[in-house]
Write a protein that binds this ligand. Structure first.
Ligand code: KG4
Ligand code: ZN
Length: 365
């Protein structure tokens, strides 16, 4: 049966409160009719990280405003929706609960079906929303809170090939910036400094490259950086602009080399499944880094795979990806009841061993 679906999506798992409306005629590419994101950066900036209680309260205050704005921007009413999709995990539990309770209220009041969406599935399915990429494709999720390689086989079928066992790369960039007195978010400021630096002056470790597989580790980089910084300060009494630039360049090169090598290994595993049109998609704020992007593009080219990255606004947290994942799940028949639970941890691939790390943005899945 051909069915056009229009879904309202809600997202509140970390520090962005978001609502969006996405429509997909069956067999055609989906369209984002509206997408509202209220960030909370300024609420948390004094604390050096996301404060879960503050985040949850801000979500509870902003969710209904976002929903009204998203419906207004789309020029639609709740009665035009076919379902309500909400992030039900993983994430900071207070925030996830705020979204789930809001969605349950809307569902109970309107009778619309409710769909619980895994936040990571939202990220992982975004290349289908933006470019209509066919299954199976390889996904590298790389942000301040996430870092993992996934083969995406279907809306509910993911194979995790590996991921970080401690910090996410964005988190490592942010900590590096803090250690060098550069502004937050750290990624763009470290990248800008790195352009002026010599990546060979300081030799940073390439964590876990000596071990097989696709797992990553980034927390050792900040310890190495701290040691190098302290040594320069002890010898010269402070850091020059060039010292700072060289430290940033060395640090960034270590991340570039590590991600390039682990991506090569992930591609090998992916290609062994013989996809007819191999595609590697990358998503997350760190995908904005041009050195990382260039390295990933080269690795894809060398391996005969297409490289794709959604526009930045859809790489970072948003509700359009949740509404779209809701559409994909709706078509598979997924429906949640009012007993839908909020989950702090929710691995996409239930068969892989649990990840160990827990970063600034909460538990990693
Ligand atoms: O996906 P995102 O907006 O939020 C989540 O983590 O969920 O990613 C933000 C992260 C921050 O840690 C930021 O420093 C990093 O992405 N980032 C970058 C760059 N732009 C943003 N990291 C490296 N290079 C960049 N140009
Ligand atoms: Zn995210």
């Amino acid at each position: 049966m051909v069915q056009t679906l229009t879904v309202l999506g809600l997202e509140s798992s970390c520090d962005d409160t978001a609502a969006a409306v996405v429509r997909q005629p069956d067999g055609e590419q989906a369209r984002i009719l509206s997408s509202i994101v209220h960030g909370q950066t300024e609420l948390h900036s004094a604390f050096g990280g996301v404060v879960p209680e503050i985040a949850a309260r801000a979500h509870a205050e902003k969710l209904d405003i976002c929903v009204v704005q998203a419906l207004d921007d789309a020029g639609l009413n709740l009665s035009d929706m076919d379902a309500i999709a909400v992030t039900a995990g993983p994430g900071l539990i207070g925030g996830v609960l705020s979204g789930v309770m809001c969605a349950k209220g809307l569902s109970a009041a309107t009778g619309l079906p409710l769909i619980g969406v895994n936040h990571l599935a939202g990220h992982a399915l975004t290349p289908r929303l933006t470019d209509g990429i066919a299954f199976p494709y390889l996904m590298l999720l790389v942000s301040g809170g996430h870092c993992q390689y996934l083969i995406v086989h279907g809306p509910e079928k993911f194979t995790r090939l590996g991921g970080t066992i401690d910090d996410a790369p964005g988190e490592a960039f942010d900590k590096t910036a803090r250690l060098l007195g550069l502004p937050q978010p750290g990624g763009p400021s470290v990248e800008a400094e790195a352009r002026l630096g010599d990546p060979k002056r300081f030799r940073f470790p390439r964590p876990l490259l000596d071990r097989p597989g696709c797992d990553l580790s980034f927390s050792g980089l900040k310890t190495a950086l701290m040691r190098m910084r302290d040594q320069i300060v002890a010898e010269k009494g402070g850091l020059t602009r060039q010292d700072r630039a060289d430290l940033c360049a060395g640090f960034q090169q270590a991340i570039v080399d590590t991600l390039a090598e682990k991506t090569r290994r992930a591609i090998d595993l992916y290609l062994s499944e013989e996809p007819s049109d191999p595609v590697i998609a990358v998503a997350g704020g760190v995908a904005a880094n041009s050195a990382i992007r260039a390295a990933l593009e080269t690795v894809c080219e060398e391996n005969g795979a297409r490289f794709t990255a959604p526009p930045l606004g859809l790489c970072t947290d948003n509700a359009a990806m949740i509404a779209y994942a809701g559409i994909e799940r709706f078509r598979t028949g997924a429906r949640a009841g009012l007993d839908l639970t909020a989950r702090p941890r929710w691995p996409l691939d239930q068969t892989s061993p649990a990840m160990l790390g827990s970063g600034k943005k909460g538990a990693k899945a």
